[in-house]
Design a protein around this ligand. Structure first.
Ligand SMILES: NC(=O)c1ccc[n+]([C@@H]2O[C@H](COP(=O)([O-])OP(=O)(O)OC[C@H]3O[C@@H](n4cnc5c(N)ncnc54)[C@H](OP(=O)(O)O)[C@@H]3O)[C@@H](O)[C@H]2O)c1
Length: 168
């Protein structure tokens, strides 16, 4: 697999203080503002995800977004999705002009982190027991462009900080 930086590949993820991102193929929190931000950022764009993350979506493919699902299972064809048999195949389908969002999960993030040009990171101010984690981020490789702190409240279970990073 090639390892160059792809300027149009962006990672979008919400991580806990211990880098936890999921358990039992579910998210660990309900953060209404984060879901709204995810929808706003990704609508009209391409999403790249692993098979487990696609299967975790309650209603299948998300409206108004192109879906590329990575899986080794050649017979599977998920409704509303293009199937990719490898990371390189997903990159080939994604092309190089449009911003493409890698939306998880742990296995797929681990393979894309070193090649993504942008990182939309939500840091949830809590630790969680989990079975899926985001890899360690080397923050020396990233420059924060924008940050926003959100308090906990009725619609957001935990305080969290949202930051957009560009690769240096
Ligand atoms: N906090 C967040 O922002 C966030 C975002 C997304 C997901 N999540 C959580 O993450 C968890 C799911 O993550 P996960 O690591 O279990 O699964 P995943 O990364 O979503 O999917 C893993 C699957 O993708 C396929 N795959 C991955 N790399 C491949 C490659 N190089 N070639 C071919 N196929 C490949 C394989 O499918 P096959 O077995 O079909 O070959 C593999 O089993 C859930 O708990 C979910 O809620 C959290």
């Amino acid at each position: 697999m090639e390892n160059k930086i792809h300027g149009n590949i962006s990672i979008i993820v919400a991580i806990a203080r211990n880098n936890a991102i999921g358990k039992d193929n579910r998210l660990l929190w309900h953060l209404s503002d984060d879901l709204k931000r995810f929808k706003k950022l990704t609508t009209g764009h391409t999403l790249i995800m692993g098979r487990n993350t696609f299967l975790s979506l309650p209603n299948g493919a998300l409206p108004n977004r192109r879906h590329i699902v990575i899986s080794d299972v050649k017979e599977d064809q998920f409704k509303g999705c293009e199937m990719a048999s490898s990371i390189d195949h997903a990159l080939q389908l994604a092309g190089e002009s449009e911003e493409c969002f890698v939306i998880g999960g742990g296995m797929v993030y681990a393979q894309f982190l070193s090649m993504a040009g942008k990182l939309y990171l939500t840091q949830v101010e809590e630790r969680f027991e989990a079975d899926t984690f985001f890899p360690e981020i080397d923050f020396a490789q990233w420059r924060a462009e924008y940050t926003d702190k959100i308090a906990a409240g009725d619609k957001n279970e935990y305080p969290h900080t949202y930051t957009e990073y560009i690769r240096i």
